[in-house]
Design a protein. Structure first.
Length: 107
């Protein structure tokens, strides 16, 4: 665990392109605070993410005793439909002024 209380998941999967390339190809991202409902419906979420043109892997962070994931899409339509179905908040990986996405749900 890092000093700021954020534990990043393991590094890149074998064969996964660099984060900067993924952000370029999939610029429309959704940050999800994973609840029990999301975990229970994970298979449906994965199917919908694929149907909407999402990237095959999640980015995950454990922050302040909560699990967060980021789904990435090539189109804004895919991003907005995923938010409509599962909640979450839109994230722009190219916005350098935005705060870390795992803090989007802090009060």
């Amino acid at each position: 665990m890092e000093a700021d209380g954020v534990r990043k998941m393991s590094g890149r999967s074998r064969g996964e392109p660099p984060k900067t390339l993924i952000n370029k190809e999939y610029p429309f991202q959704v940050v999800l605070y994973l609840t029990d409902w999301h975990r229970t419906n994970l298979v449906q979420m994965l199917n919908d993410r694929e149907r909407l043109g999402g990237y095959r892997l999640w980015r995950s962070v454990y922050h302040d005793k909560k699990d967060f994931s980021s789904a990435m899409f090539q189109t804004e339509e895919g991003q907005q439909e995923f938010i409509r179905l599962y909640g979450g908040k839109a994230h722009n990986p190219h916005d350098k002024s935005s705060k870390p996405w795992e803090t989007y749900f802090e009060k």
